[in-house]
Design a protein around this ligand. Structure first.
Ligand SMILES: Cc1cc2nc3c(=O)[nH]c(=O)nc-3n(C[C@H](O)[C@H](O)[C@H](O)COP(=O)(O)O)c2cc1C
Length: 216
């Protein structure tokens, strides 16, 4: 299995999303004989910022692009290749102001590409290229937005991720949301991380088809 593992938190050792992402990948490795990992850190290796040249080039048919246009798309093309090359995608990120960090939004803006990650059909439909991939979004939230919480209606992150990736063809993307991991008592934070690890174990077992933890 080829895995693209994307990190987005500006925190390093203190990051909950990075720690949970590592935990998931390590668990997955226990049940996967040949796991190849492509790690993309969007903090040290950010997706390209949007430019006028990019907006023009990306909507110009490939056969009509000038050298300058092609140059404007190089970084985006490379990110698309890394994503399309993988069998499984793991995106770890903190919730920032109810949605995604800007670093991950820049990544989405770079990989939602006409003719590469989706095509528009003559009869007006959009067909995405991610349909065969296993996809996990691992988000960490300082507060508690679970159903029933007063903050539950504030989650603009899950719908935004779902819209962008389902547009690119994602089928049944999985979401593990660790919450509350900051604005809560230590016991509640620890319980949130435990719940997330249990969900990650289950997804790793689903993805590998192996009873990883019973064997460990
Ligand atoms: C700029 C900023 C904005 C944040 N916005 C929210 C928010 O809207 N809702 C929330 O529950 N937590 C919010 N948090 C808390 C983070 O989501 C939380 O600390 C998370 O665990 C960070 O993930 P990390 O440890 O991987 O960096 C915010 C934190 C920062 C620094």
């Amino acid at each position: 299995m080829k895995l693209l593992h994307v990190d987005t938190s500006p925190k390093s050792e203190r990051s909950n999303s990075r720690a949970l992402g590592r935990y998931f990948v390590e668990t997955l490795a226990l049940g996967t004989a040949s796991l190849t990992i492509d790690h993309l850190d969007l903090v040290t290796d950010p997706a390209p910022a949007m430019t006028e040249a990019f907006t023009i080039a990306s909507y110009t048919p490939a056969a009509e692009r000038t050298v300058e246009m092609k140059r404007a798309l190089v970084a985006s093309d490379a990110l698309c290749v890394r994503m399309l090359d993988a069998d499984a995608l793991v995106f770890a990120m903190p919730m920032y102001n109810w949605s995604m960090p800007a670093a991950f939004k820049a990544f989405i803006d770079a990989v939602v590409r006409a003719g590469i990650t989706y095509v528009a059909t003559a009869d007006g439909r959009y067909v995405g290229a991610l349909g065969t991939k296993k996809i996990l979004f691992l988000t960490t939230r300082g507060g508690d937005l679970r159903p029933g919480s007063p903050l539950a209606g504030m989650d603009a992150l899950t719908p935004a991720l779902r819209a962008a990736f389902e547009f690119m063809g994602a089928v049944d993307p999985r979401f593990v949301d660790a919450q509350p991991v900051q604005f809560a008592q230590p016991d509640d934070r620890a319980a949130a991380l435990d719940r997330a690890r249990i969900e990650l174990d289950q997804i790793a077992e689903e993805w590998t088809g192996q009873p990883i933890l019973a064997a460990a």
